[in-house]
Design a binder for this molecule. Structure first.
Ligand code: IPM
Ligand code: MG
Length: 357
């Protein structure tokens, strides 16, 4: 029996709806196993800008630092997407949080629940058995390098930068994970063009000497994008830089049927942050139809990684599996075979999972 303090950071759009469900699942686990989970909430993103002018108020950051884990929703608002001149943006809150908390490793497990084989736009025979664990580096690269304008604003630049140390620490995490899985690691870069990628490859090659039991393959990002769709089962653990990882994991979400299914863990030096990979999805916000399973599966990752509660975590994943086996779907994972009465909204899908717990 443990006592843990969890910070709920719903953020924007459907972040509010899905984290409410994730929290209920955590509550139910606490009750079942006799743990005490206490909660607080903090602001980030567009709603934080509205309330304080700052996408990540100091108060939120302090609360994050003093929590045992963070269950995160999403950030973003359409009003900024078409306004390139906006100086203050919701995403800055997310990036600052990652940097300040030292969350350099972003784990994105891509696992297809068998019941969702037909929900993907990829052929079932190609998908069956796909199980990939992405390690996306999260606090370096072109995201955090110097950026700006020159020539009276007519030229813009974003600098991509990596240090040996940054590549090595994410590389190590990926090698360690590969050891507990199929012992296959694919390192993705663009070493035929980019200097940062050549350093990346050099560091991974050197690390590989320390992990002779892991088979390492180096792939260019463009061909990886192709292979993910052509033959997803060839991958086990994938490690890559921030921007490549951002793009490849959205692509890979289609292997799991829907972006609404994918959870992620951001870990590093301090408090771990657990969040769906889907964004704020303002097109469906407030409609009560968002898929809460990514938030629920993020809660499962939180239990496992930050609290070491393996049994609790496995129970949550099993509950999601059971609900899918029963035929229940949210609209994003429904297909022609789904009975209309089995298409559930956000809250009802949450209740279905809670029933199994
Ligand atoms: C993600 C998102 C973020 C990113 C955005 C919202 C800044 O796409 O977590 O994948 O690019 O990292
Ligand atoms: Mg992304």
């Amino acid at each position: 029996m443990a006592t843990k303090h969890i910070l709920i950071v719903p953020g924007d759009g459907i972040g509010q709806e899905v984290t409410a469900v994730g929290k209920k699942v955590l509550d139910s686990i606490a009750l079942k196993f006799g743990h005490t989970f206490t909660y607080d909430e903090a602001l980030i993103g567009h709603i934080a800008i509205e309330a304080t002018g700052n996408p990540l108020p100091d108060e939120s950051l302090e609360k994050m630092r003093h929590s045992d884990a963070v269950l995160f929703g999403a950030v973003g608002h359409p009003k900024y997407d078409n306004d390139p001149s906006a100086k203050v943006r919701p995403e800055q809150g997310l990036l600052k949080m990652r940097k300040e908390l030292g969350l350099y490793a972003n784990l994105r497990p891509i696992k297809l629940f068998d019941e969702l084989l037909s929900a993907s736009s990829i052929k079932p025979e190609i998908l069956k058995g796909a199980d990939i664990l992405f390690f996306r580096e999260l606090t370096g690269d072109i995201y955090f390098g110097e950026k700006g304008r020159k020539n009276d604003g007519d030229t813009a630049y974003d600098v991509a930068e990596y240090s040996r140390y940054e590549v090595e620490r994410i590389g190590r995490k990926a090698f360690e994970a590969a050891r507990t899985r199929k012992k296959k690691l694919c390192s993705v870069d663009k070493a035929n063009v980019l200097e940062t990628s050549r350093l990346w490859r050099e560091v991974i090659q050197k690390l590989a000497l320390e992990y002779p039991d892991v088979t390492v393959e180096h792939q260019f990002v463009d061909s990886t994008a192709m292979m993910l769709i052509k033959d997803p089962c060839r991958f086990d653990v994938v490690v890559t830089a921030n921007l490549f990882g951002d793009i490849l994991t959205d692509e890979a979400s289609q292997i799991a049927g829907s972006m609404g299914m994918l959870a992620s863990a951001s870990i590093g030096d301090g408090t771990g942050v657990y969040e769906p990979i889907h964004g704020s999805a303002h097109d469906i916000t407030g409609k009560g139809i968002a898929n809460p399973l990514a938030s629920i599966l993020s809660a499962a990752l939180l239990l496992d990684i930050s609290f070491g509660m393996k049994e609790e975590s496995a129970l949550v994943i099993n509950a999601v599996d059971q609900v899918l086996k029963q035929g229940f779907r949210t609209i994003d994972i429904a297909d022609a075979n789904t009975a209309p009465e089995n298409i559930l909204g956000t809250a009802a899908m949450g209740e279905a999972v809670l029933k199994f717990l």
